[in-house]
Design a protein around this ligand. Sequence first.
Ligand SMILES: [Zn+2]
Ligand SMILES: [Zn+2]
Length: 252
Amino acid sequence: MKVEILATGSDGNCIFLQSGSTGILIDAGKWKRDLEKKLLARGINAATDIQAVFITHSHSDHVKGLTLASKYRMPVYATHGEWQKISGVDGELRQVLETTYSKYDTIELGSLCVHPFQTHHNTLEPVGYAVEDDSGNRACVVFDTGHIDSDMLEMMEGNIYIIEANHDLDMLENGPYDAYLKDRITDPHRGHLSNDQTAAALQELIKGKGERIYLTHLSSNNNTPELASQAVRMALFEKKLINKRDYHLEVV
Ligand SMILES: [Zn+2]
Ligand SMILES: [Zn+2]
């Protein structure tokens, strides 16, 4: 499965996943013109290579470039709850992620199967995604979430992990944000993942079979690539797993 992190961070998030002739975007959180440039630079044709856009939640760093979908007539998938806060997508392109017995239905799209699952953030109905292709790859995309529960862990298990490592707790505590914002970021039901939370989840998930890990959505005020990378490498070293030998870690 091809993975292109077109953008990530509090300025905007957008991931391109492709298998065979099927490509999707997860989130479109940069302005349309930015996204067009980034797609062009990677040789991705917006008109033909992207079959749909899947939205994790309605915060602007995840949806502000959705006019891209209208321009190229891409269907956009989001939950009922998130659609309430997303505007600017033509009615005929809006697709709702439905549930059956409180689990989200799988979307089949060419050679990809997309499985949404619930996350924990300060919007109405946020989700993450596990995306499978027909060669046996399974990628998960987990952005803004205050914690990772056991249902999420089960859905995430695969060989490609695109996961938020938002903040280092010490940097956040000693950093410039006011108490309200600090509390919001660390709130397990409304916030973001710390390096330690991400490392703990990966410690459960990574088996050392060459998994690819992309750490994303790092806070520019409260984290550094070195701290995020170190937290994950140390957690995996406790399982005797070593970067570049047992798994491949990239901080984006
Ligand atoms: Zn958010
Ligand atoms: Zn975000």
